[in-house]
Design a binder for this molecule. Structure first.
Ligand SMILES: C[S@@+](CC[C@H](N)C(=O)[O-])C[C@H]1O[C@@H](n2cnc3c(N)ncnc32)[C@H](O)[C@@H]1O
Length: 243
């Protein structure tokens, strides 16, 4: 199990037994390290071992495909109520932040990544996130495997340009009452997803723009940050009819 080593305003994600050379000295992680332990570099700089938490995945997983941000993952979890033992089909894996977050929430996740190198990195990320047993990363184009997947997924999460090709089969893939969640960076893609979900007979199709405004708290007053709009993308949710 990997730990975050926090000290001097820095964080390093390291496995037991790892050695890291930094300008603050060489950090040798003992094999029996535990959360809360302090480990010093050979120059005497102290780092404290801390267990990885959900938002750390976004910052510390090795990146391939652009990962979903914690706020968007929160919306997926809140709108679908994903829980322990749920069966999830996810595509594409990319960095794997969404898949790992769902696995850490207790779901059994099958996730497809069409790029073999990305899939390999994602498998390593699942191990770092302690969800290698909960998240199965399959190499391949999800649209070519829909027939063999069968139905009965409680949740279908999509973050690919060709998401509509999977949405068209959502009612066959999902259990009665199961949820679809699609992340799209552009409004045109969102509109296609919505139309396809309606044509596929899904219920309660809704699309949300995800904007988050950070608050600047200062001596003169408090107001939303002027740094930017904070747009990340659009999330479309829908549900398989029960009957
Ligand atoms: C934006 S990333 C997904 C990021 C992911 N949701 C996360 O939180 O880390 C999109 C990934 O989907 C993969 N992809 C695109 N179309 C695919 C398909 N049809 N089947 C499998 N993977 C696909 C791409 O190679 C890319 O790595």
């Amino acid at each position: 199990m990997a730990y975050l080593f926090v000290g001097e305003g820095r964080e390093y994600l390291l496995e037991p037994g790892a050695t890291l050379e930094t300008d603050l000295g060489i950090l040798e992680v003992p094999e029996n390290v535990e959360a809360g332990d302090t480990v010093e570099t050979h120059l005497g700089t102290a780092f404290v071992a801390r267990e990885l938490r959900g938002p750390d995945l976004f910052h510390h997983f090795e990146r391939t495909g652009a990962p979903m941000m914690p706020r968007d993952i929160g919306l997926v979890m809140g709108h679908t109520g994903v829980k322990q033992g749920d069966r999830v089909l996810d595509a594409g894996t990319g960095t794997g932040v969404l898949a790992a977050s769902l696995g850490r929430a207790g779901a059994d996740v099958v996730t497809y990544e069409q790029d073999p190198e990305f899939a390999e990195v994602a498998r390593e990320n699942m191990a770092l996130g302690s969800v290698a047993n909960a998240v199965e990363v399959r190499t391949g184009d999800v649209t070519e495997h829909l027939d063999e997947l069968g139905g009965e997924f409680d949740l279908l999460t999509l973050d690919t340009e060709d998401a509509p090709a999977v949405v068209a089969h959502a009612s066959e893939l999902l259990s009665p009452g199961g949820f679809l969640a699609v992340y799209s960076p552009f409004v045109e893609a969102t509109s296609e997803v919505v139309k396809t979900a309606r044509e596929a007979g899904l219920d309660g199709v809704e699309s949300l723009e995800t904007i988050q405004r950070e608050m600047d708290v200062g001596d003169r007053g408090t107001r939303p940050s002027t740094a930017g709009v904070g747009h990340t993308g659009y999330l479309t949710f829908a549900r398989n009819p029960t009957l």
